[in-house]
Design a protein around this ligand. Structure first.
Ligand SMILES: *Cc1c(COP(=O)(O)O)cnc(C)c1O
Length: 201
């Protein structure tokens, strides 16, 4: 049932993730005031950028042993203004995979969506498993994971300008879309941040 959109890169996928959860929080969860995203300090700065653009406070949580996201500290950081939590598979600074299964279970218990940033890992990890290395589930097999970003222009070996933003549930897609219905030409709807763009990559 997963749906997704092609984007121009990891940054655009992440911008869309933060935008989607902010809209979801406002419209479906009726959350007001300054909303927050909870993430370990190791997440990519694209999340800082997205939060800056969309007026969301990024609540950074110190990592634990092995530079891994600290599940208990992440849980404690969740509050009534939390739109989603984020983890990485793997995170860029140290290359380690956050404990996605435990974080996903915790997010589901707390009733908070969870984005997995697999920008660098999305086109590596499936093959790591295939060559027989044990790998804990990190993607939609973990029930609490509600979205994933994965860059085709990294280990998908596409030309630069290609990434995926995927949602577990098609019902979230309306929050990712920008739709404007009051134009002289009629309706204008986009699922991504850009307008006209190249299909080359
Ligand atoms: C590369 C990367 C990004 C940002 O992607 P761009 O394609 O540079 O915009 C985000 N998160 C992780 C983990 C990355 O490796």
């Amino acid at each position: 049932d997963t749906v997704g959109a092609m984007t121009s890169g990891g940054t655009e996928s992440i911008l869309l993730a933060v935008y989607t959860y902010r809209e979801h929080a406002r419209k479906e969860r009726k959350m007001r005031g300054e909303l927050e995203l909870v993430a370990p300090t190791t997440v990519h700065p694209a999340f800082d950028k997205a939060c800056h653009y969309f007026g969301v406070r990024l609540r950074k949580v110190d990592v634990g042993r092995g530079y891994l996201a600290d599940v208990r500290a992440m849980r404690r950081a969740i509050g009534r203004r939390t739109i989603a939590i984020v983890a990485s598979a793997p995170q860029y600074p140290h290359g380690v995979i956050d404990p996605i299964e435990d974080l996903g279970a915790m997010a589901a218990r707390e009733g908070v969506p969870m984005h997995v940033d697999a920008c660098v890992g999305g086109f590596v990890l499936p093959w790591v498993e295939r060559v027989g290395r044990h790998l804990a589930p990190w993607a939609f097999r973990v029930p609490g994971v509600t979205s994933i970003s994965a860059d085709l222009h990294k280990y998908g070996y596409a030309a630069k300008g290609a990434s995926l933003m995927m949602l577990r549930d098609a019902s979230l897609q309306k929050y990712q879309a920008f739709s404007f219905n009051n134009w002289e030409r009629g309706a204008y709807v986009n699922n991504t941040a850009q307008g006209t763009r190249s299909g080359g990559a």
